[in-house]
Write a protein that binds this ligand. Structure first.
Ligand SMILES: Nc1ncnc2c1ncn2[C@@H]1O[C@H](COP(=O)(O)OP(=O)(O)OP(=O)(O)O)[C@@H](O)[C@H]1O
Ligand SMILES: [Mg+2]
Length: 251
């Protein structure tokens, strides 16, 4: 029996004006995989994650998720998007709200509008939110104002929001960039364990190569918008990493 890919990119390119952020990328990602996107700044990692969650559309080619071409029907796109949780590089939290409301935003794809509005007045599902905050190590911040938290704590609120959403796949853009080494390991272990316990797929961009190696089973190396390697972690050598990060000689 062949397993259908959760995501498939078919000859995808994405341009921003003159800049070719991704160039003719073909890729299949399968349910339950734990995949790291690695590569230097500007390689196209965030662009790739945003194409996967449908917040960006390709300039050329097709992005398929859950058997659906994401650029064919806006309604279908929204249905598919509910199945994916994204942790963004810039958190995307509402600063002036209390933490519980930002965590509860993970429910919004499922809640009716009246319930969503009511939840702003009377926090709902407090227990679920508290559990998610405990999982990310900040159980005491439930009612704190989000903009009074440190960068690392805000990052964990963004992760708690995705835990509450309980999606099929988690797309995480540098989820440990603002955490100390100990917290980074905790968060990566947590994200990884979700995959093991619930079969959730994890696609994560990481600058920390050692973390990528330690926590992910498959590594995709991006350089200037192209896939340089895509292999099981144990097959990626330090020479391959060196080549990925080597600076281009200046012209
Ligand atoms: N909205 C945008 N407008 C213009 N150019 C963009 C935009 N988003 C990305 N780019 C360009 O596309 C390229 C890839 O950017 P992307 O953010 O995907 O890189 P990245 O690998 O995530 O880098 P980093 O590690 O710094 O987060 C870069 O050259 C960037 O300047
Ligand atoms: Mg990025």
């Amino acid at each position: 029996m062949t397993i259908a890919p959760l995501f498939e990119l078919k000859h995808v390119s994405r341009r921003f004006g003159e800049c070719l952020a991704l160039s003719d990328v073909c890729l299949q990602l399968y349910p339950g995989e734990c995949v790291a996107l690695v590569g230097s700044s500007g390689a196209g990692k965030s662009t790739l994650l945003r194409l996967l969650n449908g917040t960006l559309s390709p300039t050329e080619g097709e992005v398929w998720a859950l058997g659906c071409n994401l650029n064919q029907s806006p309604r279908r796109l929204r249905q598919v998007q509910r199945q994916f949780g994204t942790i963004y590089q810039q958190f995307h939290l509402i600063d002036t709200l209390r933490v519980i409301h930002n965590v509860n935003a993970g429910h919004l794809g499922r809640w009716s509008l009246p319930k969503a509005l009511l939840s702003l007045l009377v926090p709902l599902e407090v227990e679920t939110a508290a559990k998610a905050l405990a999982q990310v190590g900040i159980p005491d911040k439930l009612y704190a104002r989000t903009d009074r938290l440190s960068g690392g704590e805000q990052q964990r609120v963004a992760i708690a929001r995705v835990l509450v959403q309980n999606p099929l796949a988690i797309l995480a853009d540098e989820p440990i960039a603002s955490l100390d080494p100990e917290r980074s390991r905790e968060v990566m272990a947590l994200l990884r364990s979700l995959g093991e316990q619930t079969g959730q797929t994890l696609i994560v961009s990481l600058h920390d190569v050692a973390m990528a190696r330690h926590y992910c089973q498959r590594l995709i190396g991006l350089r200037q918008g192209q896939i340089v390697f895509d292999a099981p972690t144990e097959a990626v050598t330090s020479e391959m990493f060196d080549a990925l990060y080597r600076l281009e000689p200046s012209l």
